[in-house]
Design a binder for this molecule. Structure first.
Ligand code: NIG
Ligand code: FE
Length: 403
């Protein structure tokens, strides 16, 4: 088969990123785009000409969009996993210099080449489970050189594997030890040096912050957003994960693409998100791993019409889970999303959380990122946790996986 070609599927059950289409569909890709998406009863056999017959009668979804990950890191935190089993909390471990800071030490020690080798199999795991777009954050370097090193690794990952990598600078993730009691000076560094340096090298597609008692205040995060605005970069926030500080509302007022975690989000925050058009990125993997009990306000988000996205949050501490379809299941079982909402959360709404319109949906003219699954109905993807159901994966019109 030529690199990109004309691929044809018939009698497909299609989840288009928003909903399951009611009729069996024909789908044709041409080059890197979706060329035809039509009900079988309107299918014209002339369309078969020159097309490679890619199959029929299965479930097709957009390629999955994992819009929130921390895939690049050194070391691991199995020891903290064990400590939490003995009763220590995530926040306690963080306060004692573990948590994010222990990954910072390991990440600083690793070279760019080492970090790349460590991250490749993690990204491959996401790809093997259907991801075609993966956002990757920095945030374990916490100085200019090491944050840029992480972002360069993220860019190289996208060159090494057939996946779209979107990068986010998360300099304001934790206060590094050398800035103990000098958080203002650290925020100065993020705003005045880190962001400009990342921009100069074209390494950051967006800017993120961790707004939390164990991280940075609302006012400090707002300064970071102002710096991002100066450079024309979109923003997002880890907010309301462990307490309600109001970071989400502030981020929404600055037009944030998304607010992520948001277990403790209140009504004012939801209203602010709705007004700004920000996406609520819910992260059931972190909720599960940390055994949180405060549920994100799903019903209120749903009623207010705030789009919900779902992501793995794949990272060495709060979510060492590298399987997008597992998140579909956890979002339904833990957060009571419907399978339709969960799937939209990892396709169209995941793309929206990245400010993207060209992927995450199956529609004519969209990029041909798609998955064909060995199941009967889209809901089965959320219902069962069962690796091995990915039959075909197409990235930008190229078949990268077929079995
Ligand atoms: O998304 N909330 C803050 N940051 C990450 C955790 C990273 C870590 O524990 O290493 C998160 O959960
Ligand atoms: Fe995160």
């Amino acid at each position: 088969m030529p690199e990109t070609t004309r691929l044809l599927w018939r009698d497909m059950t299609v989840f288009n990123g928003v909903q399951e289409l009611t009729e069996p569909m024909a789908v044709i890709t041409q080059g890197d785009r979706i060329d035809t998406l039509c009900p079988m009863r309107d299918f014209d056999t002339a369309l078969i000409q020159d097309a490679h017959d890619a199959g029929r009668g299965k479930v097709m979804t957009p390629g999955l969009v994992d819009c929130h990950t921390h895939l690049v890191f050194g070391g691991n935190r199995a020891n903290e996993f064990e400590r939490r089993l003995e009763g220590a909390s995530y926040a306690e471990i963080a306060k004692a210099g573990g948590g994010i800071l222990s990954t910072v030490r390991a990440t600083r020690e690793a070279s760019e080449a080492e970090l790349l080798e460590l991250a490749l199999p993690r990204l491959q795991a996401l790809i093997d489970d259907g991801a075609t777009t993966v956002e990757i954050k920095s945030g374990y370097g916490l100085n200019v050189a090491d944050e840029l090193k992480m972002l360069r690794v993220a860019r190289r990952l996208g060159e090494r594997l057939p996946v779209r990598v979107v990068t986010t600078l998360l300099g304001a993730h934790a206060l590094p030890p050398e800035y103990q009691d000098a958080s203002k000076a650290y925020i100065d560094l993020v705003c005045d040096e880190m962001i400009p340096a990342a921009v100069a090298e074209g390494l950051a597609d967006a800017i993120d912050v961790f707004c939390e008692k164990i991280a940075f205040s609302v006012a400090q995060c707002e300064r970071v957003f102002q710096a991002a605005e100066t450079h024309g970069l979109p923003i997002k926030a880890h907010a309301e994960q462990l307490s309600n500080l109001g970071g989400t509302a502030m981020a929404a007022h600055h037009g944030a693409l998304s607010a992520d975690h948001i277990e403790y989000l209140d009504e004012a925050g939801i209203e602010a998100m709705a007004e700004a058009g920000s996406v609520a990125v819910i992260l059931p993997g972190a909720f599960h791993t940390l055994r949180e009990t405060q549920l994100p306000p799903i019903a209120a988000l749903r009623e207010t019409g705030v789009p919900m996205a779902i992501a793995t949050d794949a990272n060495p501490g709060s979510s060492p889970l590298f399987q997008p379809t597992l998140m579909l299941n956890l979002a339904c079982t833990l957060f009571r999303l419907t399978p339709r909402e969960a799937l939209a959360g990892m396709t169209a709404n995941g793309a929206q959380a990245l400010g993207a319109k060209e992927f995450g949906r199956l529609e004519v003219g969209a990029l041909a990122d798609l998955c064909v699954w060995d199941i009967q109905r889209p809901a089965e993807l959320a219902y069962a946790v069962q690796p091995g159901r990915l039959r075909q994966r197409v990235f930008q019109g190229v078949m990268t996986h077929e079995r």
